[in-house]
Design a binder for this molecule. Structure first.
Ligand code: GDP
Ligand code: IMO
Ligand code: MG
Length: 422
């Protein structure tokens, strides 16, 4: 099999960007298949930090082809900002990146609608990143969207204006003051930059390259618990973040999928609203946030922190067909006397192992483990990790039935322990 998928098993920010970059040498193509600039994927290479929003995390490898697939929603203004600040320069990036003609555009009106809709929800707001994701996918599904391939057509401006008119009329029903002109100007500069890149039917490109023996890594954005169908609806994002999304978001057949690498922090975090059974609203949560620098890579918001949630992890493994587990940020948990894992929930007085479909409140049932104190960031061999951390990981493997084949011990590319070379 020449196609593997790496995706988040929690509520996003599991460390996908770091790990995609670290395993990219084993692939020829790295492709994003869903989401948009709501994603913030951080990479650290020789102490230099980069945050990617739209561009796949293989971009820093000069010999890799990166693809933004049809399932992604692209904001040209964000794209331009990202390209301008990336380092390698536009001429070089043009060689490394191809964009699907079928990817939908996030229009300036989508961002304003996102803000208007969030505001109108009051206490029940989603906590959206306000990048226009929900309205852009809404227009895609309602068959109103504008797609990247259309920017090359003569009547693009007219199509844009028609959409803008529709958005402005929708906005009349919301109570929001907004300013469009400045953003619109940057957006059109982004359109001009996009035109310089290769825009193609990437589903052909991908399938042809795979047939000729090339290897592709599909990079998920967000996480399974934010999936539009299986996440804590409505507190989710607007795309399928799960492994099946890689098929629809790139145009690849399910039978071509090989490994599904599921990535999870050694604890849990969530940004935005919605249920989080193991959330720690106490000093322990604060310690995790501070030690783990748990602040959103896209919005800077503090992330909610809590213990590992096994029922949620098992659910994510089931939905995605995970074949290997990758655990990140166990270094952040160094220093606690004891640590906990939630093994089941109490719901309406009864023990329960399933994720409730309606977000009804559940009480976590914990199992406690002795902690580890060592600084593990310099360790590069699994066997040299503290015994208590290995027991913690062993318990996760025993409970999920899936091997942990990679342990990340720090944000840098090098701070990675592989137990199995793929
Ligand atoms: P993504 O959205 O899944 O790519 O994750 P983010 O980049 O939003 O958040 C993960 C954060 O943790 C980033 O700041 C990473 O640099 C950092 N990180 C990733 N893996 C590790 C790790 O194993 N240990 C530590 N301490 N930080 C990590
Ligand atoms: P990466 O790829 C964490 C969350 C938002 C909000 C909900 C809906 O970096 O893991 P949206 O902007 O999609 O309308 O927001 O989803 N969210 C993320 N949380 N990491 C992300 O991406 C996220 N992308 C969206 O905070 O709760
Ligand atoms: Mg992130």
């Amino acid at each position: 099999m020449n196609i593997d998928i790496l995706l988040g098993l929690q509520w996003g920010d599991e460390g996908k960007g770091k790990i995609v970059d670290a395993i990219s040498p084993g692939y020829d193509i790295i492709a994003r298949f869903q989401g948009g600039p709501n994603a913030g994927h951080s990479l650290e290479i020789n102490n230099e930090k980069h945050v990617l929003h739209l561009i796949p995390s293989g971009i820093f490898h000069s010999d890799k082809l990166n693809i933004i697939g049809n399932g992604v929603v692209i904001d040209p203004a964000v794209f331009k900002e990202e390209i301008d600040n990336l380092g390698p320069g536009v001429d070089e990036l043009i060689k490394r990146l191809v964009i699907s003609a079928r990817a939908n555009l996030i229009l300036p009106g989508h961002r304003i609608l996102d803000a208007a809709i969030e505001l109108s929800k009051g206490n029940t707001k989603i906590g959206s990143t306000l990048k226009g994701i929900g309205p852009a996918y809404t227009d895609k599904v309602a068959r109103n969207g504008l797609r990247v391939g259309e920017i090359l057509k003569k009547d693009f401006r007219e199509a844009y204006n028609n959409n803008l008119k529709r958005h402005l009329s929708l906005l009349k029903s919301y109570d929001l003051n907004y300013e469009l002109a400045e953003y619109e100007a940057g957006w059109f500069e982004g359109i001009e930059l996009l035109k310089r890149f290769r825009i193609s039917n990437t589903e052909y490109l991908i399938n042809n390259l795979i047939s000729s023996g090339k290897k592709l890594l599909a990079e998920g954005a967000q996480g399974t618990m934010l999936d539009i169908d299986f996440g804590s609806y409505p507190y989710v994002t607007s795309s399928n973040t799960i492994s099946a999304g890689a098929c629809t978001g790139l145009g690849i057949a399910p039978k071509k999928i090989g490994e599904v690498f599921g990535i999870s922090k050694a604890y849990c975090t969530r940004v935005g609203s919605g249920p989080f059974p193991t959330e720690l609203n106490n000093q322990t949560g604060t310690v995790l946030r501070e030690r783990g620098f748990e602040f959103g890579a896209t919005t800077g918001r503090p992330r909610r922190c809590g213990w590992l949630d096994l029922p949620a992890l098992k659910y994510a493994i089931m939905i995605n067909g995970v074949t290997q587990l990758f655990i990140t940020k166990s270094d952040v948990m160094s220093g606690f006397e004891t640590v906990k894992i939630c093994t089941s929930y109490i719901s309406e007085g009864r023990e329960c192992l399933e994720i409730p479909f309606n977000n009804s409140p559940v009480e976590p049932v914990y199992r406690e483990f002795p902690g580890w104190k060592e600084d593990i960031s310099e360790i590069r061999e699994y066997n040299k990790l503290p015994e208590n951390l290995k027991k913690y990981i062993g318990f996760i493997e025993e409970q999920t039935g899936i091997s942990v084949t990679m342990v990340s011990v720090g944000p840098d590319r090098k701070e990675t322990i592989f137990r199995k070379r793929n």
